[in-house]
Design a protein around this ligand. Structure first.
Ligand SMILES: *Cc1c(COP(=O)(O)O)cnc(C)c1O
Length: 392
């Protein structure tokens, strides 16, 4: 069996080679490597795609999240609710700014923040009472008044979170709603695109994401004019009226012109790629559904579209299946082995095992199978056959 790539950047390059080479060539000739015309062209394309008023291209998904929190002036004394089942960046940026991440466990089916538990966590914070919901010790023992500021919610594996439920709670408590759409660019909820579902949407163009650059890049999207101005300033050292006036502290978080050029090429075929990802998810489902309850395939609730960044199944006997696949040179990944509340980096918050039971159970059973738009049906059949054999 020829080896199956987990993601397949070279097949995509074969298809786009002419377009990518000519766009990069253009950049080499005009020489505007920083904030060149392709950056603004990309921003226009992103606002069109996501139907937002503003897009601010930037250096990575992590910086996009950091910029979003900085636009709200998040800092010490602030509480930001987030998910424990995500890539570390989702919560890392909260801690970096000196604010306190409060983790809210996930829904066992969608792997996204559980809206009911968010309510419980907010109540617990208001009472400073961790018998209502597990809290960081800084919140329970907090002497100075802490402010509940907002939410950073991830759309895991490409599926948007429940933004209708989240929006209601955010409005009730006056919280901002930041969408971490690093994995869900191209996903949808009730006809609205990922990145437009919160007050600010942050996405990543890391090469392995659904829309990937040839290096680090990201974007922040919003339809709030004031925030867009803040984000533009933050991206370039808090720039003011001109290059040499600084009205606030900011970052160097610009998007390279080269990466913007690559992304413009990749956007040409992105919709077809999304469709192909959906077809591949359908094929996986057709072959694996019969293995329930040994395997649980991902479910996409009505009204949602996943960007299928990952095809992740739950398996009781994960080691068995992973071993069998690896013997056939079929790559798999585990996203995520350690939930964030149990990572050493967050030990200072004082969470203990058992605090986020759904995330902890999911981290023991989750397995991501190869997913890219260039997988052939026969390859998926082969993968599923190995899984069937391993489980009977
Ligand atoms: C990849 C990812 C990020 C970070 O994006 P980078 O571009 O690698 O900085 C943030 N959040 C989630 C959920 C991600 O998957």
């Amino acid at each position: 069996m020829p080896s199956i790539p987990f993601i397949d950047i070279s097949s995509q390059f074969n298809q786009l080679e002419n377009s990518i080479r000519s766009r990069i060539d253009k950049v080499l000739k005009h020489g505007q490597f920083i904030m060149g015309p392709e950056v603004f062209e990309l921003e226009k394309a992103l606002t069109n795609f996501c139907d937002t008023d503003y897009a601010i291209a930037c250096s990575s998904g992590t910086d996009a999240l950091l910029m979003a929190l900085m636009a709200y002036d998040v800092g010490p004394g602030d509480i930001v609710f987030t998910t424990p089942f995500s890539f570390v960046a989702t919560a890392e940026v909260i801690g970096l700014l000196g604010a306190i991440p409060v983790f809210v466990d996930i829904d066992p089916v969608t792997f996204n923040m559980d809206v009911q538990l968010l309510k419980q966590a907010i109540m617990a914070v208001e009472e400073q009472e961790d018998s209502l919901y597990p809290l960081p010790l800084q919140v329970v023992e907090g002497q100075q008044p802490l402010r509940k500021r907002g939410l950073v919610v991830a759309d895991l594996f490409g599926l948007p979170a429940d933004y209708e439920g989240l929006r209601n709670i955010a409005e009730e408590y006056g919280l901002f709603l930041i969408e971490d759409a690093a994995q869900s660019f191209g996903g949808e909820l009730n006809g609205k695109k990922a990145c437009s579902l919160g007050d600010i949407g942050c996405t990543s163009f890391f090469p392995a994401k659904p829309l990937g650059a040839y290096g680090d890049a990201g974007a922040v999207l919003t339809s709030d004019e004031r925030l867009s101005k803040e984000l533009q300033s933050i991206r370039i050292h808090g720039q003011g009226e001109n290059k040499y006036s600084n009205r606030r502290l900011g970052l160097n978080a610009r998007c390279d012109t080269m990466q913007a050029a690559v992304l413009l090429s990749k956007l040409e075929i992105f919709l077809q790629e999304l469709e192909r990802r959906q077809e591949i998810a359908n094929i996986y489902k057709a072959y694996l559904e019969s293995l329930t309850p040994e395997i649980r395939v991902p479910e996409v609730p009505t009204g949602y579209r996943s960007a299928w960044a990952q095809y992740s199944v739950l398996i009781q006997h994960r080691e068995l299946v992973q071993q069998a696949l690896s013997e056939q040179d079929i790559p798999t990944s585990i996203y995520y082995e350690i939930p964030l509340h149990l990572q050493q980096a967050f030990a200072y918050l004082g969470y203990v095992p058992g605090d986020m039971p759904v995330s902890e159970r999911t981290s023991r059973q989750i397995l991501s199978l190869p997913m890219n738009p260039y997988l052939e049906k026969v390859q998926i059949e082969d993968i599923c056959q190995v899984i069937h054999k391993a489980l009977v």
